[in-house]
Ligand binder design. Structure first.
Ligand code: SAM
Length: 286
């Protein structure tokens, strides 16, 4: 398959940077086109060459691999751009899913654009798209927030800013899933629905849609805390454009009142439930 791109105006033949999505668990999810592109490329830039070799070996692909991760991104990008300028085709992959989506790769792609090199994505698996598709939440719009901060105070602060009227997609590591669910529960209350998409496309795949109030009990089931998780939180209520910023109202009231009194008045001013505002008031008064 001929992969090189010809820039006829400049009469210079450059290679193409193919951004190739790879499986998130089930190797059979690699598309035929992605396999042929990896086979025909001159170089495969991998987040971790050992991980990608499993996929390459399965298809008998012997294309040379180069490691491109956050610690060598700048220096390796230079080498890869030289190769692309010399007419070589480079395929970029991450360990799993779509490169540059909560994964390394964006720097190389940006530099390729800046150098006038053709960038061509090969769409395919991504945990975010898979989780939203299995959530059943209407998602003509959604917010992908990736990983929340690992540090508890920073995570709670980040969640404060994430009250959007669209479904929210998060990634989480197994050793933090419990803490994150606890924080989501405190922030959005027990009624808000969440989809816990665990081990997608793998043997022990589970997709559970339940109220946040039941999520910790679901997680307590043996082995559930292991594995990879993508979370989809149901949309918050659309706030009318003219609605007052409840947090600002609370902050002003808390300058003079106790959390309970501030929540009571803030509920009258904003029309939001007092219990929700009281929770917020306690957090903000800390
Ligand atoms: N680039 C990848 C993508 O397109 O989805 C995401 C890479 S990110 C470093 C890895 C995170 O994605 C995991 O910690 C988990 O939150 C989510 N993830 C990856 N594979 C998954 C799977 N099979 N099931 C559920 N979540 C998954």
């Amino acid at each position: 398959m001929g992969l090189a791109a010809v820039d006829r105006n400049a009469a210079v033949v450059t290679g193409t940077l193919f951004v190739v999505a790879t499986p998130i668990g089930n190797l059979a999810d690699a598309s035929p086109r992605s396999i042929e592109t990896l086979r025909a490329a001159d170089l495969v830039a991998c987040e971790d060459t050992r991980t990608s070799r499993t996929l390459l070996a399965r298809h008998g692909i012997s294309t040379r691999t180069v490691a491109l991760h956050e610690h060598n991104e700048r220096s390796t990008t230079k080498t890869l751009l030289d190769a692309l300028r010399a007419g070589k085709n480079v395929a970029l992959v991450s360990d799993a899913g779509t490169p540059a989506l909560a994964d390394p790769g964006a720097w190389l792609v940006a530099q390729a654009h800046a150098a006038g090199i053709r960038v061509s994505p090969l769409p395919g698996p991504s945990a975010a798209a898979a989780a939203i598709s299995a959530s059943g939440f209407a998602a003509s719009r959604f917010l992908f927030a990736g990983f929340l901060p690992a540090q508890p105070a920073a995570r709670r602060k980040a969640l404060e800013a994430l009250d959007v009227p669209w479904p929210l997609v998060l990634y989480e590591a197994p050793h933090r899933i419990r803490d994150t669910l606890e924080d989501l529960l405190a922030r959005f209350g027990p009624e808000r629905e969440i989809v816990l998409a665990r081990e997608l496309s793998k043997k022990f795949e589970e997709v559970a849609r339940l109220p946040l109030g039941n999520a910790l009990a679901w997680l307590a089931h043996p082995h559930r805390e292991q594995g990879e998780f993508a979370l989809v939180l149901a949309a918050g209520e659309e706030r009318p454009a003219h609605s007052l910023d409840a947090e600002r109202v609370l902050d002003v009231l808390l300058e003079a009142l106790s959390p309970s009194e501030a929540a009571k008045l803030a509920a009258r001013i904003t029309g939001l439930p007092k219990s929700q505002l009281y929770r917020k008031a306690l957090e903000r008064a800390k």
